[in-house]
Design a binder for this molecule. Structure first.
Ligand code: BTN
Length: 257
């Protein structure tokens, strides 16, 4: 197994902000909790918490996230402005797409709002959590999980709709290089978070969802619609069967192919 120590990850890492502090934990229930713990103890924004293995990885909507050794499991502690929050998911998914291309030579795309896919199968999930008081964001934690050396066929619950980088490149994936590239991509995009336009355009350009028939589970039942456009606030505009237009922010959107 690769040397995934904080020292190995930090060696020669010339980032301005992200990854100046890196905490490496061999096994942890979830890097989200570990990162929140660091935040509550005054972590400097930009800290990255990396785990060799997660035993209780968390996905969106209360789901579990499979993250044995060989996967990328990390959370980044940030303190963005309130107005920047909608763009954090865009930034994170765009950074993953760029890192996968730069480190592995593989083209990935984004399924709204922030799943990263290769060939229509999910390779990465992103979870963003915030603590907001009034108009101040105390902290935001961005969790990124990439199936790197995961044999998805061993997990029937995800096998049909997921992939792993090792399957895409046909060999073991070097985690140190991939994580360092990911940290560099986040660091490179972060200064644009305030202005936002370049991140929004880059993210929108990678979305596979637009023009597609999607199924939406918004809590009040499931319905199908065609995804038409996305706004700068991250909202997805969908055309309903009756011709009406609806904006979706939360809930589950599944591409129907
Ligand atoms: C999803 O697609 O449902 C989101 C998955 C997010 C997984 C990452 S792995 C690192 C961080 N720690 C967690 O427990 N979850 C996120």
């Amino acid at each position: 197994m690769a040397d995934l120590s904080a020292q190995a990850l930090r060696r020669g890492l010339a980032t301005r902000f992200i990854g100046r502090d890196i905490v490496y934990l061999e096994a942890v229930p979830s890097t989200m909790e570990a990162a929140w713990e660091e935040a509550r103890h005054g972590a400097a924004p930009g800290m990255v918490v990396v785990a060799g293995e997660q035993t209780g990885g968390r996905g969106r909507r209360g789901r579990t996230w499979i993250a044995p050794p060989g996967n990328v499991s990390l959370s980044v502690v940030l303190r963005p402005r309130l107005t920047e929050l909608p763009r954090l998911v865009m930034l994170a998914s765009l950074a993953v797409v760029r890192a996968v291309r730069a480190a592995m030579g593989v083209e990935a795309e984004i399924s709204w709002p922030n799943d990263v896919l290769i060939g229509g199968r999910k390779v990465c999930g992103i979870l963003v959590e915030n603590e907001v008081r009034g108009r101040e964001v105390r902290y935001a934690v961005v969790g990124i999980g990439i199936n790197a050396n995961l044999d998805v066929s061993r997990y029937p619950e995800i096998a049909s709709r997921s992939t792993s980088l090792c399957a895409e490149v046909g060999g073991e994936v070097g985690l140190v290089g991939l994580i360092r590239q990911l940290i560099m991509e986040i660091d490179g995009l972060y200064p644009s978070l305030e202005e936002g336009e370049s991140i929004y355009l880059g993210w929108r350009d990678k979305l596979v969802t637009l023009g597609e028939l999607v199924e939406i589970d918004g809590g009040g039942g499931r319905y199908q619609a065609v995804a038409e456009s996305v706004g700068r606030d991250g909202g997805l505009k969908v055309r309903l069967k009756d011709g009406g237009l609806k904006k979706v922010f939360a809930g589950e959107v599944t591409l129907i192919r």
